[in-house]
Design a protein around this ligand. Structure first.
Ligand code: 13P
Ligand code: SF4
Length: 321
């Protein structure tokens, strides 16, 4: 089997020292998502899922002048909206998101306009312009709770992830109108690959992110955000786990439970053992060092769009309490 470079071992003690020195010198704080390379997670001040990163952005930024968001572009935008006075940097601005790209703002605006009596619920994996068109945002960690906060007969649009939307429809008994978008990483998991791992490891619970397709979700023992899957893996008495989400999450699972075995589900069209998000993996230690040194690239957002996006972000944070 071809080995992929899933755990980037390129970081050196010198590189880490340089990042820590620059971080202090520039009064910066480093936030990271669970999908970035383990070496980057290890040097971050705070690592979390999309919900926690949004919830803790302002507090984690504290008195810092600079926040470096090691994740993808929409996460950097959300931090900038929540911390407008900070300079928000990212190691690589090319770190986008196929799910956010599957929902262009102009097409989504037409969809929303065609259903004027609907409330618009959007996943945080969207551009700022799509957030600005939304009534409330959700993450995979709070979507169930937020959708449940609406009356049973409310007319709801859910975008852009058709898989998360279908999952939330199934657990809430709703019939939300779904935008037809998806994440190219999670769509690569198949029920067949899980079935064959399950045959080899019958006692291993199957942990699945709700961005996966319906047949994959139906194989799950636990469906949840990265933080939910991590928490389950650390607290469960099971010794082995089959994991169907981006491979970066394995870093914290293995670090938190060294005696347990975490088996990544391979993508259906590849012989490589791991399913990586190429965007997340643009966050390398080298680029993090360069970004702190050069104070670039920086997230710059349109003020009017940011103000419009702040409302649904704040509504989400309020409803998540
Ligand atoms: P969560 O960390 O909220 O589960 O997000 C998954 C994801 O796809 C982020 O891009
Ligand atoms: Fe976007 Fe999917 Fe990558 Fe998450 S894993 S950042 S949803 S492309």
């Amino acid at each position: 089997m071809t080995q992929c470079n899933c755990s980037n071992g390129a970081h050196t003690a010198a590189l880490r020292d340089e990042i820590l020195r620059l971080k202090k010198e520039k009064n910066a704080v480093i936030l990271a998502h669970y999908y970035v390379d383990g070496a980057v997670q290890d040097i971050a001040d705070y690592v979390g899922d999309s919900l926690a990163l949004a919830q803790k952005a302002a507090a984690a930024a504290g008195d810092a002048d600079i926040v470096v968001m090691c994740g993808v572009h929409f996460m950097g935008e959300t931090v900038k909206v929540l911390c407008p006075d900070k300079r928000v940097l990212m190691p690589d601005l090319e770190a986008g998101c196929s799910l956010a790209d599957s929902c262009p703002a102009d097409a989504f605006a037409e969809f929303v306009a065609a259903h004027p009596d609907h409330t618009v619920i959007s996943y945080v994996n969207t551009s700022l312009a799509v957030k600005a068109l939304s009534d409330v945002l959700v993450t995979s960690g709070n979507a169930h709770k937020i959708v449940d906060s609406f009356p049973k007969d409310a007319k709801l649009i859910f975008g852009p992830d058709r898989n998360l939307g279908a999952y939330i429809n199934s657990v809430t008994g709703r019939d939300m109108l779904l935008w037809d978008g998806a994440c190219h990483v999670h769509e690569r998991f198949s029920a067949e690959a899980i079935a064959s791992l399950k045959a080899e490891h019958p006692d291993a619970p199957v942990l699945v992110h709700p961005e996966c397709r319906r047949p994959v979700v139906l194989m799950a023992d636990v469906v949840g955000s990265t933080a939910v899957l991590l928490d389950y893996a650390l607290r469960s008495d099971a010794k082995e786990f089959i994991v169907a989400t981006e491979s970066g999450i394995l870093h914290k699972m293995r670090a938190g439970a060294p005696g347990k075995t975490f088996i990544p589900v391979p993508p259906e069209d590849s012989t490589c053992g791991c399913n990586d998000c190429g965007y997340m993996k643009l966050n390398t230690l080298e680029r993090l060092r360069d970004c702190l040194r050069d104070e670039a690239p920086e997230i710059v957002i349109d003020q009017a769009t940011a103000e419009a996006a702040l409302k649904p972000i704040n509504r989400m944070l309020e409803l998540s309490k």
